[in-house]
Design a protein around this ligand. Structure first.
Ligand code: AMP
Ligand code: MN
Ligand code: MN
Ligand code: MN
Length: 283
């Protein structure tokens, strides 16, 4: 039996397709026993997820996925076991929310220049009160019949060098780690295999992340190919970091891996949750 823990997924509070309740129900149905909800720069879904988790008899870990700019690149840092009510954290995320609105508006201006009108309004309508992400812009363009699927929207319009891309300066790495620590949580580098950094920068990042107080990296994630599970297990060991695992589930048909389908961490990893009382029944 694989270890029934999933420490990375998204709800409608960011760019996931399922409400916190539906997400937790799905996780429970798939055999997940310990689940962290990690919406992008947003903790608003945690209270609802916690209540649903109680109903389903599973354990919810408070989480968040923070957008960070490191050496002009966007990386993601997951915070786990945070206090969702922490005022400093909520205040910072309020600022990120506003900045995301401005960024989406600017992106939609770029998209208007290539013939797609009203993308901001359309994405806003889709997102409602959720934090606004590029996924909402992409989904709007697909729903409006302009582009065949979300993947193609990203490739042609929403990545660096494309008409709908706007470079954004997110939080700095030490700031994100500090924010997580100050709300009582641990910082985990999300899907390190996805950043396409090259070996030198990857090693620099891992060193800096650990030196700033980062505790773990995602080793098994829906964003890694199986050979990367082994690669990052070795790197975790080498850089003195613990290993985490999470599906990065966003909804049906939106993720490489469903919930409850994660393979175990490779042999020799130090699981991030080994000393967590709320996960001790998994040992
Ligand atoms: P944002 O934080 O607004 O830049 O949005 C980033 C989100 O877009 C990520 O968390 C992914 O869920 C999604 N995303 C990024 N790249 C792609 C891609 N190539 N295809 C589909 N979704 C993507
Ligand atoms: Mn996402
Ligand atoms: Mn991510
Ligand atoms: Mn994610």
């Amino acid at each position: 039996m694989p270890v029934a823990i999933d420490l990375h997924c998204h709800s409608t509070f960011s760019d996931g397709a399922l409400s916190p309740e539906a997400l937790v129900a799905y996780a429970a149905e798939r055999g997940v026993k310990v689940l962290a909800l990690t919406d992008h720069d947003e903790v608003g879904g945690l209270a609802r997820a916690r209540q649903a988790a109680q109903q389903h008899g599973i354990t919810l870990i408070n989480g968040v996925e923070i957008s960070v700019t490191w050496k002009k690149r966007t990386i993601h840092v997951v915070g786990l076991r945070i206090d969702a009510e922490n005022a400093a954290m909520r205040q910072v995320f309020e600022g990120v929310r506003l900045a995301r609105e401005a960024r989406a508006f600017e992106m939609s201006q770029g998209l208007a220049k290539v013939g797609f009108a009203d993308v901001y309004a359309g994405a806003k309508a889709l997102a409602g009160n959720s934090i606004l992400t590029r996924s909402h812009l992409a989904q709007y363009l697909v729903n409006a019949g302009h582009v065949k699927n979300v993947k193609t929207v990203f490739k042609k319009y929403l990545v660096k060098g494309k008409p709908g891309f706007v470079d954004h300066e997110w939080m700095a790495l030490p700031e994100a780690i500090h924010l997580i620590q100050q709300s009582g949580g641990v910082a985990v580098l999300a899907h390190p295999g996805r950043y396409d950094l090259g070996m030198i920068n990857l090693h620099l990042l891992l060193n800096e992340f650990r030196d700033c107080g980062g505790v773990g990296i995602e080793v098994v994630t829906g964003s890694h190919q199986p050979p990367q599970f082994v690669q990052f297990a070795k790197l975790a060991h080498r850089f003195g970091l613990k290993a985490s695992q999470g599906s990065d589930y966003h909804g049906p048909g939106m993720s490489f891996i469903g919930m409850g389908q994660l393979p175990d961490l490779p042999h020799g990893c130090e699981p991030l949750w080994r000393d967590w009382p709320e996960a001790d029944f998994l040992q």
